[in-house]
Each structure stands twice: as structure tokens, then as C-alpha cells.
Design a protein around this ligand. Structure first.
Ligand SMILES: Cc1ncc(C[n+]2csc(CCOP(=O)(O)OP(=O)(O)O)c2C)c(N)n1
Ligand code: SF4
Length: 350
């Protein structure tokens, strides 16, 4: 098999506002199994970045280890990237973001990467409210190491080898909500029309934006009895709302029934337009979002869509009162102002 992607493209491919066609946002040829949900998520990231007119060099992709963490090689090849150690993506993202707040930080992880070895890092990046998009490609197993149950595998779910998972699962979206995340969404790799606007909204969120995407592993966890298989997820998906992301400056064209429609205005004037399916749920009320998640779990449903957001959040840079200029653009004189200034700072602590 060759990993070189053919360069042939239709000459009439549509260009975005920056003059780029969608292939400019692609990566190298995927080496994942044919049908893997992760490839569909990469396609949604490519689509969202193209439609949002993202300058690829303004974005940094970060990941840990796993089939999911390999995907940054398959999207946005013109962006920055750092494939870190298993479960350690959040600390690399924190360091990079604190050094340069001018980039969009896009983290990709797996359920093994985030809910087992990386759990300690995950919870702290949520509570610190680092401004980044954090996507978990959740297949309920360790795909890369041949399909062992992960901590998000549902209690009672059957593995391909026939064993039943005896443990309670960790609900990463619920956990993020409890820890104070201000953007929590859930989706399915097979629902691009929902996933693309969610990714766009997440990229525009001024704090930590979490998207848990159920992403079936066709090789190790797509069997009858698995609750992360394509068939099971399709039968149990329950959307909170249809989602549409309208960038600032764009006219809102769609009209919705009063009562079921909700607009969430973001800091830059863009709007998340939701056509709600559940009347007792308010995406800007954390308690109602938690209730909606608990109800769905009781009914054995997978709640998808934007579950909660607070667009008026303050991120880690605000909390730490950091400088606005990226560290690599600060002059040597300012970074190291000399002994006299150091003495004054030390005197201030006495
Ligand atoms: C420190 C360390 N421990 C264990 C491993 C072995 N390992 C590699 S990937 C992986 C789990 C991958 O599962 P997940 O994050 O869910 O990603 P998937 O492959 O399912 O997309 C494990 C345990 C490792 N690479 N490094
Ligand atoms: S092993 Fe599973 S998660 Fe890994 S590429 Fe194959 S289908 Fe995807």
C-alpha cells in the first residue's frame, strides 16, 4: 500500500474566503482500518476548518497515543502538530497555550488516552479552563493495542471475545460538566451534519470546549452486544437539538418555531442556533444539562448535540493574568530586564 495521496483535484473545487480549496485542509492518507469512526471525525474537522476560513498556520494540533491520537496526521497538514505521550496531551497543550495565546489549540484524544492513563491530566485541564478544543474519539476500547475494554465501556457491554464488562463506565461529558466545563457537547462520528457545527462552535468558544464523540472501532468493538457499535449507537442516539453555527457577519436565514428555537450568542457576535427537541432542557443551565444527561442514561439513550455552554467564561490566561504577547515575540530586554528589576521584585515579596 502506498501512503502518498494523489494530488489530482477537480479544477472547479470551491474556494473559501481565504482562497483555499478543501484539500488544503486535508492531511496524509489515513492508515486506520477502513470504516473506523475516527476517519469520519477527521473529515468533520477538515470540513469545519475549511468553512470557518481557518488559517492552517494559526492552529496547533495536539494528541496523545492511540489510533485516535494518530488522526492529526490525517487532517490539517499545514498546521502545527505535536504527538505527545499516552495521556499527556493536556500538559503539552497547557504549556503551548500559555506560551502563545494567538493559536487555536485543537486536542485529539481517545477514551483510553483520556479516561485511564490521562485521567489526572484531563480533569485538571477542564478545571483550569484552558482555551482549547478537546475531542475524545470514544470507541469504548483500546483500539491501537487490540481492543481491550476501556474505562468508558458500558457496564454489561459485550466484547468481541464474548466477555461482559463488569465495571461502571466513566462518562467523560458528565465529568466535564461536573468539573465546570463551559462547553460540553456529545456527538456520533456517523453524524457529520451535527458534528461540523459543533466543532465550529467549539473553535469559537473562549474557554475549554469538550466534545465527546462516539466513534465505533470496526475491528475490535463493533460486535452484537457492544454498546459502542454502529448499530447500537444508531438505535440509541437521542439528539438534544439540531445545531447550526452562524459566524459573525453572516445573516441568520433559517426560521424556527417559537419555543423550540434557542440562540446562544458568542463573544465575537457569532451565534449557535439550536432547534431543541427536549422542552425541559436549557443549554445555558448547567443543572438542566446534568438532568438531561442523567435522564438519558437512565433510559439507555446516548444524548447528543450541544449539552451545555456558557459563552461568557474567562479562560486560564485571564485567571493567571498572563501577557498578551506570545513569549517568542517578547524582546530579550523585556524577558530579562536585569538585576535591578529582579531586586525590586524580590523586595516586593519581603
Ligand atoms: C505509557 C504508555 N502506556 C501504555 C501504552 C500502550 N497503549 C498505546 S495506545 C493505548 C490505548 C489506546 O486507546 P485509546 O486512547 O482509547 O485510543 P484508540 O486506539 O482506541 O483510538 C495503550 C494502552 C503506551 N503507548 N504508553
Ligand atoms: S483498530 Fe479500531 S480504532 Fe484502531 S483504526 Fe482500527 S477500527 Fe479504528
Amino acid at each position: 500500500m502506498t501512503y502518498i495521496k494523489p494530488k489530482f483535484r477537480h479544477p472547479n473545487l470551491k474556494k473559501n474566503d481565504l482562497g483555499y480549496t478543501i484539500d488544503y485542509y486535508e492531511g496524509s492518507l489515513s492508515t486506520l482500518c477502513a470504516g473506523c469512526g475516527h476517519d469520519s471525525i477527521s473529515a468533520a474537522i477538515i470540513q469545519a476548518s475549511y468553512e470557518m476560513n481557518i488559517q492552517p498556520h494559526r492552529l496547533a494540533k495536539l494528541s496523545g497515543i492511540g489510533c485516535s491520537s494518530k488522526t492529526p496526521a490525517y487532517f490539517l497538514s499545514n498546521s502545527h502538530g505535536f504527538n505527545s505521550v499516552h495521556g499527556r496531551m493536556p500538559s503539552v497543550a497547557t504549556g503551548a497555550a500559555l506560551a502563545n495565546r494567538d493559536l487555536i489549540y485543537f486536542g485529539v484524544s481517545g477514551d483510553g488516552d483520556s479516561a485511564s492513563i490521562g485521567m489526572g491530566q484531563f480533569v485538571h485541564v477542564v478545571r483550569r479552563n484552558l482555551k482549547m478544543v478537546y475531542i475524545v474519539m470514544n470507541n469504548g476500547c483500546y483500539g491501537l493495542t487490540k481492543g481491550q475494554d476501556s474505562a468508558t465501556a458500558d457496564n454489561g457491554s459485550k466484547s468481541k471475545a464474548g466477555s461482559i464488562n463488569p465495571y461502571e463506565s466513566i462518562d467523560l461529558a458528565g465529568l466535564a460538566l461536573e468539573l465546570g466545563a463551559t462547553f460540553v457537547a456529545q456527538s456520533f462520528s456517523g453524524d457529520k451534519s451535527q458534528l461540523v457545527p459543533l466543532i465550529k462552535a467549539a473553535m469559537n468558544h473562549p474557554g475549554f470546549a469538550f466534545i465527546n464523540v462516539i466513534s465505533p472501532c470496526v475491528t475490535f468493538n463493533n460486535n452484537v452486544g457492544s454498546t459502542k457499535s454502529y448499530d447500537y449507537v444508531r438505535e440509541h442516539v437521542e439528539a438534544t437539538a439540531t445545531v447550526d453555527f452562524i459566524p459573525s457577519m453572516k445573516e441568520i436565514k433559517a426560521s424556527y418555531d417559537e419555543g423550540s428555537s434557542k440562540q446562544v450568542k458568542m463573544h465575537d457576535g457569532s451565534v449557535i442556533q439550536l432547534q431543541k427537541l427536549a422542552n425541559d432542557w436549557d443549554p445555558q443551565d448547567r443543572q438542566s444539562a446534568l438532568n438531561a444527561m442523567h435522564h438519558a442514561k437512565q433510559k439507555g439513550e446516548i444524548l447528543t448535540g450541544l449539552i451545555y455552554t456558557n459563552p461568557n467564561t474567562k479562560d486560564l490566561h485571564f485567571t493567571l493574568n498572563t501577557v498578551e504577547t506570545p513569549l517568542n515575540a517578547i524582546s530579550q530586554h523585556k524577558l530579562c530586564p536585569g538585576n535591578k528589576v529582579l531586586q525590586e521584585i524580590n523586595a516586593g515579596f519581603r
